[in-house]
Design a protein around this ligand. Structure first.
Ligand SMILES: Nc1ncnc2c1ncn2[C@@H]1O[C@H](COP(=O)(O)OP(=O)(O)OP(=O)(O)O)[C@@H](O)[C@H]1O
Length: 241
């Protein structure tokens, strides 16, 4: 299975953010999406998840050599800012998520088992999520998305709010997803991309460009990425204001 992005174009009010992006993301590999602030990484994820429409190009799944459209439920998107209901406890939310999605889940476990997997302690599981820290909310959002094992898993800047132990657990969780899913995560942490990825993809000047896996551990990798992302064609700074 592959996620095939072909000549994608996306603009906001006449400003073209994604210009002519093409790339094939394969199942069984973890991709790290790198780009400057405002390069369009979140926008790309929102186009893939169908939360945003786009002007030109296509995003399709290739299964058994056939390109086809996919359902929104095929995509698991974990946002950088956690979006979980304040009025539920972590336990209630995970239980509700299991009830809603059990038809597409394999090896269903108990809410406690899922919450334990991301290190939500027993004494916190029955507290309202409005009292959770940012990192705890992020963990609940992440496990809720990952336990469904969606064919395409998109993680927008994961791990940034996690403590070292949780970051290690979540890295293991991401690695465990790759045999069944296409996994793409955006990050500004080059070390994380080097640790976890099979391939790095740059989103720069509106286009996607793969960096060969064999280059990831080269001594001059960081300076090469900096050089590639420094080459501007009109500026990629966030200029919403
Ligand atoms: N709803 C919107 N309306 C107008 N412009 C937008 C909107 N969303 C994003 N943009 C613009 O699109 C560009 C890409 O934004 P996006 O959030 O996708 O970048 P990013 O690569 O995720 O950035 P960062 O690394 O800083 O999180 C920016 O110039 C931003 O100002």
């Amino acid at each position: 299975m592959k996620l095939v992005i072909d000549h994608l174009e996306k603009e906001f009010k006449g400003k073209q953010v994604i210009k002519d992006a093409s790339f094939e993301f394969q199942k069984g590999r973890i991709y790290g999406l790198l780009g400057r602030n405002g390069a369009g990484k979140t926008t790309l994820f929102n186009c893939i998840s169908k939360d945003l429409s786009y002007e030109n190009g296509s995003i399709l799944l290739e299964k058994e050599d056939k390109l086809e459209d996919y359902k929104e439920t095929d995509i698991g998107l974990v946002h950088a800012t956690p979006n979980v209901p304040d009025f539920m406890t972590g336990y209630e939310f995970i239980k509700f998520f299991i009830d809603m999605n059990q038809h597409q889940m394999k090896n269903i476990r108990t809410p406690d088992a899922y919450l334990a997997k991301v290190g939500i302690k027993k004494e916190d599981r029955h507290r309202l999520m409005k009292e959770y820290s940012h990192g705890m909310r992020n963990k609940v959002q992440m496990i809720a998305t990952m336990m469904i094992q969606p064919p395409i898993l998109l993680l927008d800047e994961p791990l940034t709010s996690f403590d070292v132990v949780a970051a290690h657990e979540v890295k293991e969780l991401i690695l465990s997803m790759k045999s069944e899913s296409v996994v793409i995560f955006s990050t500004h942490i080059l070390q994380l991309a080097q640790d976890l990825c099979d391939e790095i993809v740059l989103l720069h000047n509106g286009e996607l460009k793969g960096i060969p896996a064999s280059r990831i551990h080269d001594a001059d990798f960081e300076s090469e990425i900096v050089r590639l992302l420094s080459d501007e064609d009109g500026g990629s700074e966030d200029d919403r204001n």
